[in-house]
Every structure is written in C-alpha cells, then in structure tokens.
Design a protein around this ligand. Sequence first.
Ligand SMILES: Nc1nc2c(ncn2[C@@H]2O[C@H](COP(=O)(O)OP(=O)(O)OP(=O)(O)O)[C@@H](O)[C@H]2O)c(=O)[nH]1
Ligand SMILES: [Mg+2]
Length: 301
Amino acid sequence: MWNRVKNNLKSALLRTTSSIQQGWSSLFHAQSWQDVDWDALEETLLLADVGMDATEKLLDAVKSYKGDMGPGIRAHLIQHTTTVMKPFEGTLHASPVVLFVGVNGSGKTTTLGKLAALWGDQDHRIHIIAGDTFRAGATDQLGLWAKDFPMTTGQGDPASVVYKGLMAAQERNDDVVLIDTAGRLPNQVGLMDQMKKLYSVIQKLRPEQGCQVVLTLDATVGQHALVQIENFQKCVPVTGLIMNKMDGTAKGGILIQACHRYGLPIYGLGVGESVSDWRPFVASDYAEALWSMPKTDGDGL
Ligand SMILES: Nc1nc2c(ncn2[C@@H]2O[C@H](COP(=O)(O)OP(=O)(O)OP(=O)(O)O)[C@@H](O)[C@H]2O)c(=O)[nH]1
Ligand SMILES: [Mg+2]
C-alpha cells in the first residue's frame, strides 16, 4: 500500500521534476566538476521556486560533496534535502476542529473532502460546516464531498454558521468538525476580518480542544505562496500547510523556502482532484521525488 502511495507521489511529481531536469543533467552526467554548468544549475533551482537562500545552501551541499560523480551526487542531494525537510514533516490528526483557510482555488474544499473520507473510514464521527457563505455554489460543491456526513449550512455571516455547526456537532457527539471557508486574498481586509471573527467563535466555543488551522496552498502560484503564509498567519494561528496541485508542472521547491522562513509543518500534499489524491508529507519521499530524473527507457522510477 505504502509503496503504491510512494510511486503515485513520484509519478505525480515527475512533471515537476522534468522542468528541473535540465540543470541537473549537467550535474548528474558530469564526468568532472569542470563539466558542471553552475549557472544553469542555479537558474534551474530558482525556476523550481527553491528561492535564493535555499538555492545557495543546496549548491553549497553539492560543492561540499566529496564522493563519486553521477548517481552518488543525486543520493547525496536526496539525503541532504531529506535532512533539511525532516523537521517539517507534520501529521494532521483527526482533530476536534479543523479549519481550512486559504486564497481562492487553493484546494480548501477538495482537501476537506479528501480528509473527511479518510477519517470517516477510520470510524470518526465527521461533521462538516459550510463556512463559505460568500461564493454562490460553494455549499453545493461541498455537499458533493459531504454526502456521507452531516453538514451545517447557512447564509450570511460565516461566524454564525460556524457557531450553529459547532453546537450541532456537540449535540450529535461528532468528534471531528471540519470547517470550510471562503477563498480570500490577503488584501481583502473585510474578508480577512471575517476569518478572524470566525476563528474567535471557535476559540470561544471550544477553548480547550485546540483547533488545527490548515492553510492550503496552490503549488502553481510559486513565490506568491510566501506572501499568503505571511498574511494569513497575521490573522489566524496557522498550524500547518497543505500544498495542493503537486501533480501538475508546478515546482514544489517553494516548500523548502516556506518551511525555513515560517517554521510551519507540512501536513500533506494534494496530487489530484479525487478522494484518493491525498499524501501525508514524508520528507524522504518528497526529496527522492523532487530529485528523480524521469526515465526514458520506460522502467519507471
Ligand atoms: N490537479 C489538482 N487539482 C486540484 C487539487 N486540489 C484541488 N484541485 C482543483 O482545484 C480547483 C479548486 O479547488 P477547491 O477545492 O474548489 O478550492 P477552494 O480553495 O475550495 O476554492 P474556493 O472555495 O473558490 O476558494 C478544483 O477544480 C479542484 O478540483 C490537486 O491537488 N490537484
Ligand atoms: Mg471552496
């Protein structure tokens, strides 16, 4: 089972990997250090959203490598990236309250749906709150994911929907409450304030249980993810990150930067739109997938 998950993650990241292949091929195929095109390598890492600081550190790691050329360098890089990312391996447990926040289209609703299915299968009593009262059609979209679970809906102020939902969940003894919210941009002050208010309702009603505040990110937005983390964190205490759309051509390198700048754990990755496309974040798999060269002989990774 785990091997299948790992292989899926690898294939999901293959397209990401192909874009960074160019610079790396100069490294992996070099017969000597003189053959390495350092500028191409640096550019490729920057294009992969790894960021200036992390790029410099990775290049230092390559330069400090004393072993064989070729595959040995790749193994060294995988190990180095794993070590760098290991402290940020987070686990999102089925918790009493999980709040999903993020910009428009970053995958809040989809992620909520995937986790509801996963935790529902583990016999948790799931309760879903449709806290996106802003976008027309949001509740219907959520309803498709929530078919098997009770869902509290409402119109107008999302804080009052959250209040109603938390009370309903308590009455029903539902042990995991998942709260969807509207997409918002950091510069939409009114919407950001609305999110603060919604969070304060959770704090008031469930002060002792803690709340997991999950910020979903879209891997395709590259560097913008950093601005999103910074601004959402100012409004609500984000407890961890989920990066979606890692199955596309996006460069997952932004995670290296994001973790080091903000010290937040990564709970998992979204590698597709269906219920089975959730992957817990495992640093070694991420590193291996990131630095895997696509095979041309069809024998896979
Ligand atoms: N390829 C891919 N698509 C994804 C992934 N996660 C979400 N999507 C798609 O991205 C689009 C937006 O996802 P939503 O879950 O609606 O995002 P949201 O954050 O709830 O969006 P708003 O409610 O509008 O703010 C949908 O078409 C999803 O199917 C992923 O991991 N991979
Ligand atoms: Mg949504």
